[in-house]
Design a protein around this ligand. Structure first.
Ligand SMILES: Nc1nc2c(ncn2[C@@H]2O[C@H](COP(=O)(O)OP(=O)(O)OP(=O)(O)O)[C@@H](O)[C@H]2O)c(=O)[nH]1
Ligand SMILES: [Mg+2]
Ligand SMILES: [Zn+2]
Length: 311
């Protein structure tokens, strides 16, 4: 039996790395059906057992080792199935741009909820700072203030001007990191800058829609700056499951911290009297932007954040 790590998944086959050898593997039909809750039973980052076929460099995956963690999302909120973005990761980087394209705060907060839920350390990277004018810089600083206060690591970068990259580089050594975000924010561009030999495909964002063109189509892991980064295809939305919504306040760290001070121990922080969270929002110690996103996720107003007028 051979053992290796999945470095690329295309849905129908998987590249598995064992020492310096890379084997093109499929999975057994039976194995595939057993995992009914996810659209992809095997994800990049998974440690798998595989059998080599007689004719050389082709294999069959026969088992997945237990995951330390994984980042999951529902492809749409209507879908019942989950997609495993990556498995066995130390940090999840979310790349955000406040222009070309605009990353909405609702998207950021939903993604952070998924990280909290899966016990993955989240890091926010605000890219394309070379394009920001005074107004956008004000927004950037307010975002950074909000997220730093909660305890999230935040970085400002310009992949184009090569600024802020060294601080990001320091995070990577000996770690496995997944990088996620909307299409066109510069995920692959950042990896190219960190490890120029890789030459990952990037493309201009569309002029009219100011959105990315989904250039990266499959998740893939690369050796970068003494660690590993999993580049992923850009995503628009981030669907959460019912269970996450039921315990939502557990996944907003600043709300969770205050919950004990609410009058009712089952306080949902929506309509209850003597709610410590609502009091904190009213005096500004909890961000109203975060609180509104909390309320919207609770209320199931799933797709509002896609509208242009949503912050
Ligand atoms: N002005 C500016 N442009 C940038 C910056 N970083 C990336 N870009 C440009 O943004 C475009 C998209 O970059 P990609 O690296 O392909 O974006 P991506 O996030 O990998 O996109 P997908 O693979 O579609 O998810 C390219 O034209 C880059 O040159 C930056 O810091 N400033
Ligand atoms: Mg890309
Ligand atoms: Zn409360």
């Amino acid at each position: 039996m051979n053992q290796g790590i999945v470095i690329k998944s295309t849905g129908s086959h998987y590249l598995v790395k064992q020492d310096e050898q890379i084997v093109d593997c499929k999975i057994r039909g039976k194995f595939r059906r057993k995992e009914f809750k996810t659209t992809n039973p095997v994800a990049v980052g998974d440690i798998v057992d595989f059998k080599l076929q007689k004719d050389g460099n082709i294999g069959v995956i026969t088992g997945i080792h237990e995951r330390k963690n994984c980042l999951l999302r529902k492809s749409t909120n209507l879908s019942k199935k989950f997609h495993v973005i990556a498995a066995n990761i130390d940090y999840a980087f979310l790349m955000i741009t406040l222009i070309k394209p605009v990353t909405y705060s609702m998207f950021i907060d939903r993604w952070l909820v998924a990280c909290e839920r899966n016990k993955i350390k989240a890091v926010l990277i605000f890219n394309k700072t070379d394009l920001y004018d005074d107004e956008i810089n004000k927004k950037l600083n307010s975002y950074i203030k909000i997220y730093k206060k909660i305890g999230y690591n935040c970085f400002k970068t310009s992949v184009k001007k090569n600024t802020g990259i060294d601080d990001v580089r320091k995070m990577i050594k000996d770690k496995t990191i997944v990088i996620s975000g909307n299409s066109g924010v510069g995920k692959s561009g950042l990896i190219n800058l960190l490890e120029p030999g890789l030459n990952l495909k990037i493309s201009e964002i569309s002029e009219y829609h100011e959105q990315g063109k989904h250039t990266t189509t499959f998740a893939e892991m690369f050796p970068v700056a003494g660690g590993f980064i999993i580049d992923t295809p850009g995503i628009k939305g981030f669907g959460l499951d019912e269970e996450t919504k039921e315990n939502l306040s557990d996944y907003f760290p600043e709300i969770k911290r205050l919950s004990d001070a609410c009058k009712f121990n089952n306080c949902t922080h929506t309509h209850e009297p003597e709610c410590a969270v609502k009091e904190a929002v009213s005096i500004g110690t909890v961000s109203s932007q975060r609180y509104n996103n909390y309320l919207n996720i609770l209320a199931g107003e799933e797709d509002k954040y896609r509208q242009d007028n949503y912050v």
